[in-house]
Design a protein around this ligand. Structure first.
Ligand SMILES: [Zn+2]
Length: 306
């Protein structure tokens, strides 16, 4: 019986839908589709509050009521493995790991235990990733617990400028990233090692997989990690994104409070200096759109966990 009812409904729907399609087709013939040019700038979402702090850090805030009582925070840093010198290969990713191993407001281990105390998962790979041209830190926090969002922003601000980079903690983390490199070995990596030089035409992309070089990871001096951090973790290379079930003006004020004092530590290095991507073999350049493949490439270059 049920089958018959369903069949009948389907038959009715099908018979009624034919004239509707014809009407829609006729209407579309009368009114031309809106023209679209690929050169047009996509309008910015008016629901997003955006701004720039005096230190040049940018922020984007948007109210989003679902899920209730949650906010998603991102610190986006415009740097990645492409900015590494030869003796720093793998250190952009190493820095991402060190964000969870001690900073100005969180002793080693304290950050993870604080956020896990209310059910948030924390740690490299869960809350961060490193790719060729960007490093992103992510937190999802409750908004119905006093002070948690402010503490989360403080943690992100520490990532941006207050990492301790203690040599003892660095030595502990070396083994973790080397194991990550080792875990990525296999048939897939052997194929990738053959493909990448062809796909990226001997460009800098081919030489700077985010996972880096094991010999560098084993032997780099802490000063080289600090040098990368000071050179590229600058407010003018950062943006904070906050979306969630929270008053945007309150969020904006919290961002200003957490990040307002962040200052550049090293001299500014123009991004163009590191864009030496011209192929020595053919003279062809890698188009800027190549950076769109970042996520796929970084996952293969930095093991499946990155
Ligand atoms: Zn990692």
């Amino acid at each position: 019986m049920i089958f018959r009812k369903v069949s009948l409904a389907f038959a009715l729907g099908a018979s009624l839908s034919v004239p509707r399609i014809l009407i829609a087709q006729a209407a579309s013939m009368q009114t031309p589709a809106p023209s679209f040019s690929p050169d047009e700038v996509i309008p910015f979402d008016s629901a997003v509050t955006k701004g720039t702090l005096p230190n040049a850090l940018q922020y984007y805030v948007r109210k989003n009521a679902r899920p209730a009582n949650r906010v998603l925070l991102r610190l986006v840093v415009k740097t990645g493995s492409l900015d590494e010198a030869d003796d720093q290969r793998g250190l952009a990713h190493m820095l991402e790991h060190m964000a969870f191993n001690g900073s100005e407001h969180f002793k080693p281990g304290e950050l993870v235990s604080y956020f896990e105390s209310f059910g948030a998962k924390l740690g490299p790979h869960v809350n961060a990733y490193t790719s060729f041209a960007e490093t992103v830190y992510m937190l999802e926090l409750p908004t119905d617990r006093e002070g948690v969002v402010e503490r989360g922003l403080q943690a992100l601000a520490d990532f941006g400028g207050g990492l301790a980079l203690d040599p003892k903690e660095i030595d502990k983390e070396r083994g973790v990233v080397i194991e990550e490199w080792r875990g990525g070995l296999g048939a897939g990596s052997r194929i990738r090692d053959k493909q990448i030089p062809l796909l990226y035409n001997k460009s800098r992309y081919a030489e700077r997989l985010p996972i880096g070089k094991p010999e560098v990871l084993r032997t780099f001096k802490p000063e080289r990690l600090r040098a990368f951090y000071d050179a590229f973790y600058r407010p003018d290379r950062m943006a904070v994104v906050a979306v969630g079930d929270m008053d945007p003006a309150t969020l904006e004020a919290a961002i200003r409070a957490a990040f307002g004092t962040l200052a550049a530590r090293g001299r500014r290095i123009p991004r163009s200096r590191n864009r030496r991507w011209r192929s020595s073999a053919s003279g062809r350049t890698i188009p800027s759109s190549a950076s769109r493949t970042t996520a796929a490439i970084s996952s293969s270059g930095c093991s499946t966990r990155c």
